[in-house]
Write a protein that binds this ligand. Structure first.
Ligand SMILES: [Zn+2]
Length: 97
């Protein structure tokens, strides 16, 4: 039955950078919350953009301002910083020898 497939695809989203199509859970979700217009990650109700959790897609989204254009707002620097941290967590300080 095709109906079942259609239902499944409802939760599929497209990456704003590479246009990869995948289940929603695969992506990072960036939300411009309604009605405050605050941009935040993962949670909130409003306009959302989806991005693959990869360096490539993050840098395209940032350099080409895809994210801002998609959400029709300025993306605060700290949002990008948080996303970059997810890719490369801050290096742990090691004990000096
Ligand atoms: Zn992508």
């Amino acid at each position: 039955m095709t109906n079942k497939n259609l239902n499944k695809q409802k939760n599929w989203r497209r990456c704003i950078s590479c246009h990869h199509f995948a289940p929603k859970d695969y992506f990072w979700r960036i939300v411009r919350v309604y009605p405050s217009n605050q941009v935040q990650l993962d949670q909130g109700i409003g306009r959302s953009a989806y991005l693959c959790p990869t360096k490539e897609c993050l840098s395209i989204a940032q350099k080409k301002k895809r994210l801002g254009r998609n959400l029709k707002t300025e993306i605060p620097e700290h949002i990008y910083r948080q996303l970059w941290q997810r890719i490369s967590p801050p290096v742990k300080l090691t004990e000096p020898n």
